[in-house]
Design a protein around this ligand. Sequence first.
Ligand code: GAP
Length: 489
Amino acid sequence: MSKQTDDLFKNIVSHAKEYGFVFQSSEIYDGLSAVYDYGQLGAELKNNLKTYWWKSMVQLNENIVGIDSAIFMHPTIWKASGHVDGFNDPMIDNKDSKKRYRADQLIEDKIDRYEKDGKSDKAAQLQQDLDDALNADDLPRLKTIIEEHNIVCPVSGTKNWTEVRQFNLMFATQMGAMADGAEQVYLRPETAQGIFVNFLNVQKTGRMKIPFGIAQIGKAFRNEVIARQFIMRMREFEQMELQFFVRPGTELEWYEKWKETRLKWHLALGSNPAKYRYHDHVKLAHYANAAVDIEYDFPFGFKEVEGIHSRTDFDLKQHQEFSKKKMQYFDPEINQNYIPYVVETSVGLDRLFLTVFANSLVHEDLSTEEKQDSRVVLKFHPAIAPVKAAIFPLTKKDGLPEKAREIMNKLKLDFNMQYDEKDAIGKRYRRQDAIGTPYCITVDHQTLEDNTVTIRHRDSMEQERVAIDQLRTIIGDLVSWNNLLDQLQ
Ligand code: GAP
């Protein structure tokens, strides 16, 4: 990261903490690595992002329903899905610093360094060697590459490495009180399997006809070898996943459709299109016949936010084999039984939070010839802003606070509101700008005479005078989910 992008990222992290969006977990005990808590405003923003996703999937599509499956599942599920045997990262330890690294990431960092030093040929060759070694699951080759390219431990500076070993990313725990009879279970590493194993339950009870989808939002857990970049790579995180079940042979058409739909969904939030790109997978997982990532240009480069995979019938077939229960669907249109094919969309809620945060945080220079001025604004789309409107009495006397409270008591039935009477109005505006509140309402002496207030718009900073009894409609229209969902139709 260059100094400038490093500063940009540090600003995002410190702003998120300073204004109550994201805290390090267990901070008073010096934190827990790669685990984070969402604060009072972060929880609101996260809930709004979930609502946007849920409405766009479940409310807008007659053929998509949502479920909420348990985090604990039968351990054989993870055998069937391939996670017990194959959900691994190659890790390596430095014997001097005792630090553990992902072998492939150490090599990727070296590729970045070659690129930065203008050694593009070397970078390309190393990338090819890395891909070949990973494709062949050749762990000794990864170690040789690390040695050949003189990759040293960033902490100790030495090349005193252990062998490269596979490290399974699932967290395991015991279920049941008796040590002897306890069963090893896993904290789910993805929410998708909870959908697959409920496929027939939902299809039958909901009388769903193919093509149809099952959506789910929930926690997932991965014991990442190294976790870095704030909420990008966490050990406990949240996913929003859709499994869309289709007739075999139609999956690539649906894959293209979902690829387009999902990018549109991200862009509707008002993000700069130049910040997004598709990254098609060249090397496909054994169960996929097409896969793409939607990547966002973070201060540390383009990184995956969402994955769209055409997963064939792999998962349902595996569950049919391991559970010995038929996972078939009878298609009345063609009079045939088959195991459906699946197109999956999977977005990490925390990564989405970070894209929205990075995309919205703006430092604006407001200096005029007379004076220097600036502000920090979170330009969230009004529908997802944690606080929809703030209300300020101009002064703390003359009945203005009472009038402001009276207005707030009505508006809070519809909107998340904040009341603030401290400091000058300008300072109060700045406080709301910094947390992304789209509208500020000021109650002044004129309000007491004619029942009007001023409403100030966060982005334009323009103010207009409106009647109090219009506020609910005005704010309601501005923050409505329609403004987002309409763009997806
Ligand atoms: N069911 C498919 C699946 O889980 P994945 O690419 O491993 O696919 C999907 O994960 C999404 O989950 C990613 O695009 C990312 O946004 C998010 N994600 C994965 N691992 C994560 C982690 N350790 N921390 C935060 N988000 C993560």
